[in-house]
Design a protein around this ligand. Structure first.
Ligand SMILES: [Zn+2]
Length: 165
């Protein structure tokens, strides 16, 4: 007897279909057909995946909007100047700046030994750094390094070596 190659499968999604299992070994076909019957049909699987992708994109968009809103409120409260760059870079850089500066405050002041007065100096150093790209570049930096990075950005971490100045 020859084991059939085309099997009809009743998928859990309610659809039935015929599958060609000729590429599988004869003794594996029944098991594979049973495995398929425990899953959605190909169409439903693709639809579910597309919906997942859409839901993920929507979730990210909602999260981005919330982060942008938080960054705007923070900029207003702490008198942070707008960033410079393309529209996309400014939006991204604003989120990075907000997240990095608030994380630095938590690490250095709330959980660290820095005084509010010293922190005010850090904030003063944050304000002049307005290129959005700078903040995007620092997005994965350790928040405790922020004061050092700000000093590097303003050039105050290096003594001026040119004797003519
Ligand atoms: Zn289906």
């Amino acid at each position: 007897m020859v084991v059939k190659t085309v099997w009809s499968v009743d998928h859990v999604c309610g659809h039935a279909g015929e599958v060609d299992l000729s590429a599988r070994r004869a003794d594996q076909r029944a098991g594979y057909a049973r495995w398929l019957s425990g899953r959605d049909c190909t169409d439903c699987w693709h639809t579910a995946r597309a919906q997942d992708a859409e839901a993920t994109a929507e979730r990210i968009a909602v999260q981005r909007a919330a982060e942008a809103e938080a960054a705007r409120a923070w900029e207003e409260e702490f008198r942070m100047p707008p960033l410079e760059g393309s529209e996309r870079a400014v939006a991204w850089g604003a989120r990075c700046r907000h997240q990095l500066v608030t994380a630095a405050y938590a690490a250095l002041v709330t959980e660290g030994a820095m005084s509010e007065g010293q922190w005010a100096e850090v904030e003063d150093a944050v304000r002049p750094v307005t290129p959005a790209g700078w903040w995007i570049d620092q997005r994965e930096t350790d928040p405790v390094d922020l004061p050092e990075l700000l000093a590097a950005a303003s050039g105050t971490d290096r003594p001026i070596e040119n004797p003519h100045f």
